[in-house]
Design a protein around this ligand. Structure first.
Ligand code: FAD
Length: 404
């Protein structure tokens, strides 16, 4: 360990910043967390409303593949703080975790507040200081500039961790305004874009008025070679939910390149087309088509409505044609919902700007972590896992830097 008690400023009190603060303070340095909101961890708390999907239990190589183009970049950080390490860390803070049926990992309390409270106590025990309601505004010689309740200030720092998040749900704190500050320093920023987001579909008035708010359960949505399985919810002007979030990246890029794009919804992934034909032809002779779809195939009214929406006219009477439609209802998607409403952001600090210790190559002593870096991943716990892991990697980078 190097010289003890150097000053470190961590900007951003989300999971990435707090993870960095824990590592740096544990190494004996004085850490101040600067947070623009009145309290830390607001997005983490919001994630807690959905049960707080901390990480995923799938095998290491499948897990890492979820990060797509950023897999190689993130692998060292996640190898050094694995999903198992994250679960052990939560247990140490008094939060046992469990693996849900989908393989997703949640705290047993199914919320974020006990974990965040215990974590805050641990950080306070490590003498981490918090400056809330304080916005980071840039760099000054030997430190950073901030604006807080008492006006402008300069905080001295021997090293700085930036963990300001992306730009989704800006009312929770991360508003992406940091992009201008870093771009002015010559750091390449890949534009922030929505991911894990809903998409716009121009539903017919009839379909919208009958089915907005209804879930389509256990469906598969396809776009070229990508398939996303889960649930989607019909909204007034499109689709939300896991099954569509899982296609965000390729669908967003396809729309950007070619304009409105069709996805194909498989309303019955558990049956192949042949089984559907058999079930349909076995149905009672006098039954209406709607009744046969409901009874023989188990399609709820919203799924039958989507079939009619996708057919654009009457449903095919030939069972083979109908089965093909059930397995691939074409839905024309025109745009991604805005970034403010997305679960997370794609884009951010270009990975090529970041050294192996998570330091910015152009700005020695400045380290970065979390969603503000250019990577994206589906929901399922992959987002928080990468935020914790990169936060800790940046923390170790600072400790090494200060030991020089
Ligand atoms: C509704 C919702 C549900 C989610 N559920 C899950 C889930 O179940 N599982 C999962 O893996 N992921 C989930 N996520 C995503 C996950 O919460 C984020 O990816 C994660 O919080 C990002 O962590 P971070 O530390 O990088 O950034 P953030 O958590 O966004 O923290 C950044 C912090 O920096 C502060 N800040 C920003 N600018 C400044 C500034 N200039 N000065 C000072 N402070 C500043 C912000 O106020 C914020 O507190 C969810 C997201 C949303 C919106």
């Amino acid at each position: 360990m190097g010289e003890r008690g150097r000053e470190v400023v961590v900007v951003g009190g989300g999971p990435a910043g707090l993870a960095a603060a824990e590592v740096i303070a544990s190494a004996g340095h004085r850490v101040t967390v600067v947070e623009r909101m009145p309290s830390i961890g607001r997005k983490l708390m919001m994630a807690g409303r959905g049960g707080l999907n901390l990480t995923h239990s799938e095998a290491g190589d499948r897990f890492l593949a979820r990060y797509g183009a950023a897999e190689a970049f993130l692998t060292p950080a996640i190898a050094a703080f694995t999903p198992t390490d994250l679960r052990d860390w939560a247990r140490d803070l008094g939060e046992e975790t469990f693996v849900g049926t989908s393989g997703r990992v949640f705290p047993c309390s199914f919320k974020a507040s006990p974990l965040l409270r215990a974590w805050s106590r641990r950080l306070a025990d490590l003498d981490v200081g918090f400056r809330t309601r304080t916005r980071w505004t840039g760099f000054a010689a030997g430190g950073v500039t901030v604006v807080g309740p008492a006006g402008e200030d300069r905080l001295p720092a021997d090293a700085v961790v930036l963990a300001l998040g992306g730009a989704s749900w800006p009312r929770l704190g991360s508003d992406g305004t940091w992009t201008a500050i870093l771009a002015a320093e010559g750091v390449e920023i890949v534009p922030l874009r929505p991911t894990n987001c809903g998409f716009t579909v121009a539903w017919s008035g009839v379909f919208r008025s009958r089915f907005a708010g209804e879930p389509l359960k256990r469906i598969a949505v396809r776009l070229a070679e990508w398939v996303s399985i889960g649930e989607a919810v019909i909204t007034d002007d499109g689709l939300e939910g896991g099954a569509i979030y899982g296609l965000s990246a390729p669908l967003r890029e396809a729309i950007a390149a070619d304009g409105p794009t069709a996805v194909h919804v498989d309303l019955k992934p558990s049956m192949d087309a042949g089984e559907i034909v058999t079930a349909l032809t076995k149905g009672r002779k006098g039954d209406s088509l709607t009744n046969r779809l409901r009874k023989a195939i188990g399609l709820p009214p919203v799924a039958i409505g989507l079939l009619r929406e996708g057919a654009g006219k009457d449903l095919p009477s030939d069972p083979a044609d109908l089965a093909r439609l059930i397995k691939a209802v074409p839905i024309r998607v025109s745009a991604a919902r805005p970034l403010e409403r997305a679960i997370s952001s794609a884009g951010g600090i270009a990975r090529g700007e970041i050294g192996p210790n998570y330091g910015l190559k152009r700005l020695p002593g400045i380290f970065v972590a979390g969603e503000m870096i250019d990577w994206e991943a589906p929901t399922g716990g992959y987002l928080l896992q990468a935020c914790f892991a990169t936060g800790r990697a940046a923390g170790r980078g600072v400790v090494r830097h200060l030991a020089k």
